[in-house]
Write a protein of this length. Structure first.
Length: 54
């Protein structure tokens, strides 16, 4: 499943997970995406939606 909102286009952000000893490890910050059913023009469509867009 693609981790991108089909309404606003928000996707994963990239950064560092920094421990107490200041050791930085690359990681991805994933958006809270869920698959929802929307009715558009009388037809049901399943789309990936960011939780803030609901």
């Amino acid at each position: 499943m693609a981790q991108r909102c089909e309404i606003c286009g928000k996707g994963p952000l990239y950064g560092h997970a920094v421990s107490h000893s200041k050791h930085a490890v690359n990681r991805r910050f994933m958006p809270n995406i869920s698959k929802r059913t929307l009715v558009h023009d009388g037809r049901k469509q399943k789309i990936n939606v960011f939780s803030n867009c609901l």
